[in-house]
Design a protein around this ligand. Structure first.
Ligand code: DLL
Length: 432
């Protein structure tokens, strides 16, 4: 089944023509509504009417997360606040999160694209679908939820945590579909084992997994342990949230909703566009967004685009799996974490040396972050309660900045190896 055959199976020529028209409109829109873009375009001597076809996109300026940070909170928003019906936020490289405002039309486009994803996975109105991404400022929960309702399946807003209760619901409500991070899917499988629930006792048949990188091996593991078919779901808050691209039954690349989000791959060093098949940094231009339209937004995700037809009948271009990042962002339990956020917390706390390491492990299929930090000599003590209080203080500060709990490990001054060149701040022991 295809949710919107009109858009999802359009001929390539028609699609490019539609994209060209929409690009012209969005450039005109940001030119007149976002001073940041007007100045950039004026500096480059570009008038909206110069942008006539989708090929003209390479003339436009890039946008980065830094631009969003510099214009925090609403500087790049194009629609007036009275038109914004919701905001989400994602973590920035330092204290300021990125704020994304959505108009009612944006929320509608999001639900439409999410319904396309779910239909491609095989979800129908007969399914009962559990959304086990976090509900809140993170786009995963509400984003997937609106898609399930749009499609007409039954949404179960399970959110994260409460794993045992969730598993009982999965069994008792005969839940057939689930959206969550791949690592949470494995955690579910493990908890099932502990609770004595067998995969024959549940009816899950479809999983929509994303928000963090995962591999084919992980797919096979999840599929065999939960007894379902697992599909990739990709997205990012700045562009919309989950729904930007999705796998179909062929499980060979993810179709991009390219009537709404135009993809390019660039060389992250030279910023030159790369042809299909080559790996580089993924860049998106939102073609229809009203709240926060972005031109050539650099996602920092590394992948390649796959031209050519797909056996499922969809004509939309596909992207391969995300194979890395062109910055140092880590994804821990689905939450984006930048080492620089940890650094700024440590530097603002007088007891610690600016020497630290982030160690990421996967225990029982859940990510665990440990922050190792050196205690300055003058604060060193053998009074255990004092040390515990310091650990607690840092752990709470980190929680408020990162939105995830980190275990703090205090070390004597001088114990973290000093490096000659780049310091090794991150030890990622997860095997992906
Ligand atoms: O993670 C949106 C989302 C929610 C996608 C639920 C899928 C499912 P952010 O928090 O802004 O948004 O993080 C976006 O997460 O740039 C990628 O680095 C990574 N990411 C998201 N989906 C995938 C995926 C949501 N399927 C960042 N595979 C992106 C690999 C993914 N990485």
């Amino acid at each position: 089944m295809i949710w919107n055959p009109n858009k999802e199976t359009m001929s390539r020529d028609e699609m490019r023509e539609l994209q060209g028209r929409r690009l012209h409109k969005i450039v005109d829109y940001v030119y007149h509504n976002v001073p940041f873009y007007r100045h950039k375009l004026q500096e480059m001597n570009i008038e909206p009417d110069d942008i006539r076809s989708i090929d003209d996109i390479t003339r436009l300026p890039f946008t980065t997360k830094q631009d969003l940070r510099d214009n925090y909170p609403y500087g790049l928003q194009a629609a007036p606040q009275s038109e914004i019906v919701r905001v989400h936020a994602s973590s920035g490289t330092t204290g300021n999160p990125t704020i994304v405002g959505y108009t009612r039309k944006d929320i509608g486009v999001w639900a439409e694209c999410m319904a396309r994803c779910l239909t491609a996975y095989g979800v129908t109105r007969e399914d009962t679908f559990s959304v086990a991404y976090g509900y809140g400022l993170f786009t995963g929960g509400l984003g997937a939820h609106y898609g399930v309702e749009k499609l007409g399946a039954t949404a179960v807003p399970a959110s994260v945590g409460n794993t045992e209760k969730h598993l009982r619901l999965i069994r008792d409500l005969r839940i057939t579909g689930i959206a969550c991070t791949p690592s949470y899917a494995l955690h579910l499988a493990e908890t099932m084992g502990k609770m004595g629930i067998k995969k024959e006792d549940i009816h899950l048949r479809i999983g929509a997994f994303g928000a963090e990188p995962w591999t084919e091996d992980m797919r096979h593991e999840i599929e065999s342990r939960l007894g379902l078919q697992g599909y990739n779901l990709y997205g990012l808050s700045e562009i919309m949230g989950p729904c930007v691209s999705y796998e179909c039954c062929c499980k060979n690349g993810s179709h991009i909703c390219e009537d709404h989000f135009f993809p390019e791959i660039i060389d992250p060093q030279t910023l030159e566009p790369l042809p299909a098949g080559q790996t580089g940094e993924l860049v998106f231009t939102t073609l229809t967004k009203e709240g926060l339209p972005l031109l050539r937004y650099r996602t920092r995700d590394l992948c390649s685009l796959m031209a050519g037809e797909c056996e499922c009948g969809r004509t939309a271009i596909r992207m391969g799996r995300i194979v890395g990042r062109s910055d140092d962002m880590l994804i821990i339990r689905g939450i984006n974490v930048f080492p620089s956020q940890v650094e700024s917390v440590i530097l603002s706390t007088k007891e610690f040396e600016p020497q630290y390491q982030l160690v990421v492990d996967r225990v029982d299929n859940l990510d665990r972050l440990t922050v190792r930090v050196e205690l300055r000599n003058e604060y060193m003590t053998d009074l255990l309660p004092e040390l515990a209080a310091l650990e607690q203080k840092l752990s709470e500060k980190l929680k408020s900045v990162l939105s995830i709990r980190a275990k703090v490990q205090l070390l004597p001054q001088g114990s973290i190896e000093r490096s000659q060149g780049k310091s090794k701040r991150v030890i990622d022991n997860r095997k992906l």
